[in-house]
Design a protein around this ligand. Sequence first.
Ligand SMILES: [Zn+2]
Length: 270
Amino acid sequence: MASGTTVSILPCGAMSTDITWLLLAPGRAMRTRQTKDQPAEWIDCPTHAVLVDTPDGRLLWDTSCPRDWEERWAPTGLQDFFPYDKVSEEEYLDSRLKALGLAPGDIDYVVFSHLHFDHAGNANLFKNTDAKLICSDVEKEYAFGIDGPFAGAHLRADYEDLEFDTVSGDVDFLPGVSFIQTPGHTVGSMSMRVDLPDTGTMIFTADAVYRGESYGPPPVPASIVNNLEQWFASVEKLRGIAEESDATLIFGHDPEQTKTFRMAPEGTYT
Ligand SMILES: [Zn+2]
């Protein structure tokens, strides 16, 4: 528990995509013979960042998608699978920070759940600032080790010119803020736990759990999973921690849950 710590969720609009990327659920993404002629189901895939203000520093969790997504993602094809086309001017990450009276240089730590294109998309905003960029050691090793400009949803242009510090294993990082290794989606995917005096425990799963339906039980995996066995184990690890701490889980890309967020700057979690 950390008194004086606050959490602000910064919703950054949504990508649009075929739900099959997010949810390999029988009857939902997968058609039965009775529904085989139905068109693909496209849904909103919202994206957010999280600002954690602590007496020992200001932390930003993830950086969402970039303004220049259409050009930046062009080499990968992701701009056609996940167009970032449901975003208004005030929803871009830099606008969200500005609305809170913050510039990139006001952030002490930028921590990445993982380095996919829709989480590291604004990492470059923090170039030449004093902000420390941090991800898990295995995520860094993988992301900097890929051949060519991209591999799957890791896009070198997002991060290759930046210096990253790393964390190993589950770590207490700031008072009331810890990182939980939840690999499976990528080799080094992490979740963030914040223990607040009023709200209690919040766990930000990022892509370790996309949506409520992914969490279950039973858990429903997705099309982008690096290691399915690790992914299932990570979901159960989070479930164990959530049950023991009576935590609120905040999923990475859940359109229904996103509607329920308290909105910064008016609404923060204390
Ligand atoms: Zn991802």
